[in-house]
Design a protein around this ligand. Sequence first.
Ligand code: PHE
Length: 346
Amino acid sequence: MIDELKKEIEGVKHSFLKEIEQLQSPENFSALKERYLSRKKGVISSLLLRLKEFAPAEKPQAGQAINVFKAFIETTLAGVEEKLTGSRGGAETWHDHSLPASALPIGRFHLIASIKQQIEDLFLNLGYEIALGPEVELADFNFTKLNIPEHHPARDEQDTFFLEGHDELLLRTHTSPMQVRYMLAHKPPFKIISPGKAFRKDDPDATHSPCFHQVEGLLVDRGIHFSHLKGTLEAFCRSFYGPDIVLRFRPGYFPFTEPSAEVDISCFLCSGGRSDCRICKGSGWLEILGSGMVHPQVLRNCGIDPDEYSGFAFGMGIERVAMVKYGVPDLRLLYENDLRLLGQFG
Ligand code: PHE
């Protein structure tokens, strides 16, 4: 039985190869393919139908022989098809190699990278230096030196990821530990911004992500007071969001600044005039950053005498800026790498 089948397969193979040899056009190719591979009436299907005639002991061998033959037909046909479509029409189609190539899509900066650069450029123009810190940070720099002692409730607000087996090593919850690093290593005066990733144990939703981006700012010198902070943030916001922006400072709390302020800007789209504004939702204000005067204890912790020096600090989330400035409704969109969205920016 098996031998008969093998003989038959050989015969079919022979005529298949002959047909291939004589093949003229793509139209004939389709018919040929249909004849061999059609699921209903194809040659292979009818061979497979005959499997039931075989005794159980022979069935596996018969099935294998047919399947090997099927694979042979398929690969041969795929090769022929490629040749046919590649050289279809022969001399009629020709390529003008002097034509300009079709345009390749041009890459762009991701919106987060581009906002980071815009912020960096503005502060570089104000004479700031860029200082980068590590993402894996000491708990001492992330919390303790920033006036957030162990067991202080403010640590709960910034729950994060610790490195296994290292209680003192964590993924930084903000870019503020860079303040500590810079102050420990430099004598005032200085002014820096520090952009980078920050991490918190938050469940992702439209406004939270366990990994996000911030830009930190720090200035320390003699005689620095709150109006310097206000003036700097006003200059930044007006260049970044528009010249007519008004700032609103609301009392806030951060353990490492005193006094602290949350900063809002007037809505650059409707200036508070529209109850259905898609940017400010009718409130007229947009919350954009946290700030304050560096706490004397933080200066002391970092080896700077608060009787001689004072400073201000501020921090903002880059995703938040993207949502506010470009109306991105859900920050998760920024991580999905959908070019329909990312292609609109940068
Ligand atoms: N580090 C603060 C946060 O992540 C922001 C901040 C920075 C506030 C500097 C004040 C001064 O929420």
